[in-house]
Design a protein around this ligand. Structure first.
Ligand code: AMP
Ligand code: MG
Length: 409
């Protein structure tokens, strides 16, 4: 199955969470909005000065002439000029950025353009202003306009917009609970000293990597420890975990080897789709359900675990968390530095290191891409996509890259 097909099937099958909660805007970062929000007021709610200067009523011909204007008052941000009478031609009000432009005014002359300032009057060089320097009511957003859409992830900008619109609380999807297991008798914790490692033992790295890669997702993460390679223990543990979690992620134990118990346990307890993805790394992948709990059994090789997590399980998790628009992932093109061997048949995602060379983004492979080599991620900042049908890619080919971090993270 191709990656796109798998993602479509996941979206079709997985129902986003329906439970919502109302939380303070101040703690909404990263959460998913469960109700669209419309602006309750115009922003700005009054015509506001964009400059420090003098607000005046520009005559019909649009000319500021060099006569003296009487300064009849001042309007500071938060301290408007109060009067029942609109400002007349020949009068002006001293205004500061963000201050209300008083009734009758339609033009702010920046203070840099003051020619003479004498005893309550001010004059400017005669000119026709090129802009009004008045921010009209609703210039940023008008009352009733859609501010944020249901299903959007609340990033710092979105939270800022809620604050700008005077919102103190917002309705978001409740956090789902996500449990993470690793599996394998060969795995030990880092509490075992290197000199005490028994033959065949390795340290468990997948669990902490998966937990960290999901740490900014809008969910509660549970570290559920390690499962032994044993059918009964695996079945028992998954049954218990599925009752407590909305979403489970395991790594290892999903190949077709004798010691692969995750797939068998899911099949016994619920429904299982076992996929041979047309994806390198990460061919075998289990996707299923135990009761209402969604389960992803990722392959155990660390690189395969990470790539399938990023490309398959994480988008699925976001979908279940209520995210409707996939976030702007940074996918771009880069010029390949060196040649990459590839046999048509499977889409491949190699670890790459992208850097700017003048105005060109150039990407190099991080070397040996074997799926056990977590070190292929060292110094990597992207995945290089080798399309399914591609043959060897010669030096200087244009390739698609998925950048790990954008400007904000
Ligand atoms: P499996 O899919 O269980 O056959 O595992 C495939 C390979 O990944 C084996 O070499 C495992 O030792 C390794 N592996 C599985 N789980 C982990 C883990 N949590 N941390 C590090 N390596 C792992
Ligand atoms: Mg295993």
């Amino acid at each position: 199955m191709d990656l796109e097909e798998a993602l479509t099937q996941i979206r079709d099958e997985l129902v986003p969470t329906q439970s919502v909660e109302t939380i303070p805007v101040a703690s909404a970062l990263g959460r998913v909005l469960a109700e669209s929000v419309r602006a309750p007021v115009d922003l700005p709610p009054f015509p506001a000065s964009a400059m420090d200067g003098y607000a005046l009523a520009l005559p019909e011909d649009g000319n500021v002439d060099s006569k003296f204007y009487t300064v009849i008052g001042e309007s500071l941000a938060g301290h408007p000029y109060e009067s029942n009478n609109p400002v007349q031609i020949g009068e002006c009000v001293r205004v500061f950025t963000g201050g209300v432009c008083p009734a009758g005014t339609n033009q702010v002359i920046p203070q840099e353009e003051v020619d003479r300032l004498e005893a309550g009057t001010v004059s400017f060089q005669a000119h026709i202003p090129t802009e009004s320097f008045v921010r009209p009511v609703g210039h940023d957003i008008s009352a009733g306009a859609l501010l944020l859409e249901r299903g959007c992830r609340l990033d710092a900008f979105a939270v800022g917009s809620l604050a700008a619109a005077g919102q103190t609380s917002c309705t978001v999807y409740a956090k789902i609970t996500v449990g993470v297991f690793s599996t394998g008798d060969e795995l030990v914790d880092a509490t075992v000293k290197p000199e005490d490692l028994q033959p065949g033992q390795i340290y468990d790295s997948n669990r902490i990597t998966v937990l960290n890669l999901l740490s900014t997702e809008p969910c509660n993460l549970l570290d559920l420890g390690r499962l032994p390679d044993d059918a009964q223990s695996t079945t028992n543990a998954l049954r218990t975990a599925a009752a407590e979690c909305d979403f489970l992620i395991t790594s290892g134990g999903v190949s077709v080897g004798d010691a692969d118990f995750v797939t068998a346990a899911i099949a016994e307890l619920g429904e299982l789709s076992f996929w041979k993805l047309n994806l390198k790394p990460g061919k075998p992948l289990a996707f299923g359900r135990i009761g209402a709990c969604v389960l992803f059994g990722l392959p155990g090789n660390p690189v395969s675990t990470i790539v399938t997590l990023l490309l398959v399980a994480k988008p699925a998790l976001r979908h279940v968390c209520g995210v409707q628009k996939e976030e702007k992932s940074v996918i771009t093109t880069a010029t390949l530095n060196g040649r990459l061997a590839h046999t048509p048949g499977r889409a491949e995602y190699q670890r790459g290191s992208a850097r700017w060379d003048g105005n060109r983004l150039v990407v190099s492979s991080t070397g040996d891409q074997a799926s056990n080599r977590l070190s292929s991620f060292r110094n990597s900042n992207c995945l290089i996509h080798l399309p399914k049908d591609a043959h060897d890619l010669p030096d200087a080919s244009v390739v698609e890259v998925l950048l790990f971090e954008g400007i904000l993270s």
